[in-house]
Ligand binder design. Structure first.
Ligand code: UDX
Length: 489
């Protein structure tokens, strides 16, 4: 089938490329001409492991193209909308990008084409958009197909979903969309993926090669094929919000359990493991940390809270999750302060700035909040993140824009923007630790587990390691002569 994806961000680029990989002819569009030029020149604007492999495979098949306009799209079978839906200060999701895309599609689409909303939109939005399409004199049908991709594992999450959810306004749309996902639903071997298992270009998922989706699923104790859920537009929208909100709730819960463990002398690692063994609970998203961030959880739970308000419905649990997560950075700083005695004048090494390992995304990262509070309490920070060069590039690009002065980078954060002062960004962990009173690990990058902690000790002024991600090997750190503190014990 011929599919167009509008918006080449973390969701649109991955979804478009992977749909191409499943055998469709895909055109990816973005209003940002620079992004399209980068993609046409083989540059990938986001960090997503192994995505480049797939882009090259699909480009070599002439099954994937990138363009900045809506030309030559009258033969498309479907248009996926994958543009951003940022939360406005009022808490409402901003759908202007979605409507702009709809207007552009209606100019070029044939009457049989489907429009499929993949962006996260509040319940009721798709119904309103379908009415908007009719009001423009078009009979084009709308569907809703939420994504459940995690940054850093989006390619695997796309290829090996637990379920594909489709919301439709017209029964005939279901089969057309099922056909798009045929490869996954019927289970396929490498032949359909047209790839030789020995082909070294083939995707390496966690150092494995995925050439047979069904085999990979069975090997990972998953059902041979994903479930395919067809429902109405509004329920499909709600499924996305409910999924993200529940995952955020799980994290907020285990973080609160971690605090109690610290006060009872229990051990959060053993607690999380044992609780997660209960099949009704599951071990995923039970890892305590500095709080959840990213471009989805913080945005989606506030947008959902806003919908509860608009519908005069209590959201007591969601309110508590939002409040608990917002308070987490302050709790982390209090822990650091208790270990240091005071913060004023202290030099602190911050290891990890992205909102989690495996991504170059800093949006709503707890690290930004924690750094902000530390500095307000008089501490000096030096930061290292494996993706730190992304910040440097980002600011360098900014500098090319007239009247962007200075060395500050503004990153979307919980309530406003957070400033990262470039002078604080170091080239490696050892430099960040130089003469520091403590090294605080905020993101669970594998690179940090491999650090030479004897060298880290030499760099530090005081031998103090604070692991707020519960991921370092405590014995290895202590053997290097360092004091090791973490959360939840
Ligand atoms: C999330 C959802 O998982 C995904 O289904 C949805 O499509 C988009 O939003 P993402 O934000 O990319 O994906 O990352 P995820 O891996 O879910 O982590 C979100 C936040 O929760 C990160 O800050 C992470 O550090 C934190 N987290 C996650 C924990 O603190 N503990 C955990 O056990 C898991």
């Amino acid at each position: 089938m011929k599919l167009t994806f509008i918006g080449t961000g973390y969701v649109g680029l991955v979804s478009g490329v992977m749909m191409s990989y499943l055998g469709h002819q895909v055109t990816c569009i973005d209003v940002d001409e620079n992004k399209i030029n980068q993609l046409n020149n083989g540059l990938i604007p986001i960090y997503e492991p192994n995505l480049e492999t797939y882009i090259n495979i699909c480009k070599n098949r002439n099954a994937l193209s990138f363009q900045h306009n809506y030309e030559n799209l009258s033969d498309q079978d479907a248009f996926f909308i994958t543009v951003g839906t940022p939360t406005t200060p009022s808490g409402r999701a901003n759908l202007s990008g979605v409507y702009k895309a709809i207007d552009s599609i209606l100019q070029v689409a044939n009457d049989q084409a489907l429009i499929i909303i993949k962006s996260t939109v509040p319940p009721g939005s798709s119904l309103a958009i379908q009415e908007y399409i009719y009001s423009k004199g078009s009979d084009i049908k709308l569907a809703n197909n939420p994504e459940f991709l995690r940054e850093g594992s989006a390619v695997v999450d796309f290829l090996i979903p637990d379920r594909v959810v489709i919301g439709i306004s017209n029964p005939s749309s279901a089969n057309k969309i099922k056909d798009m996902y045929r490869v996954m639903i019927n289970g396929q071997s490498a032949s359909l993926l047209d790839l030789d298992a020995n082909d070294d270009r083939v995707y390496k998922a966690n150092h494995e090669i995925i050439t047979d989706l069904t085999q990979y699923r069975k090997k990972n104790n998953l059902s041979p094929t994903p479930d395919f859920v067809v429902t109405d537009l509004t329920t499909s929208e709600m499924i996305k919000y409910a999924s993200n909100s529940f995952l955020a709730t799980k994290i907020a819960f285990i973080n609160e359990m971690s605090d109690l463990c610290e006060n009872t002398g229990a051990n959060i690692k053993d607690l999380s493991f044992a609780v997660g063994l209960d099949r009704r609970i599951g071990s995923c998203f039970l890892k305590a940390g500095p709080g959840f961030g990213g471009s989805c959880f913080p945005k989606d739970i506030v947008a959902l809270q806003n919908i509860y308000r608009e519908k005069n419905t209590d959201s007591l649990i969601l309110d508590a999750v939002i409040k608990a997560n917002k308070s987490r950075p302050t709790k982390m700083v209090r822990k650091i302060k208790n270990l240091l005695g005071h913060l004023d004048g202290k030099q602190i090494a911050i290891l990890g700035l992205t909102y989690k390992a495996g991504t170059d995304d800093f949006r709503n990262s707890p690290a930004l909040e924690i750094i902000d509070i530390l500095k307000k309490e008089g501490a000096k920070v030096r930061v290292f993140d494996p993706m730190g060069s992304k910040i440097i590039d980002y600011v360098d690009n900014l500098r090319k824009i007239p009247n962007i002065a200075g060395h500050e980078i503004h990153i979307e954060s919980y309530q406003s923007e957070r400033i990262v002062d470039l002078e604080e960004i170091c080239d490696d962990a050892y430099e960040a630790c130089s003469k520091a009173n403590a090294a605080v690990f905020l993101t669970e990058w594998v690179q940090f587990e491999k650090l030479d902690f004897i060298e880290i000790k030499k760099s530090l002024k005081d031998p103090l390691i604070i692991d707020l991600r519960l991921f370092l090997d405590a014995d290895k750190v202590k053997k290097a002569g360092l004091n090791y503190h973490t959360i939840g014990s």
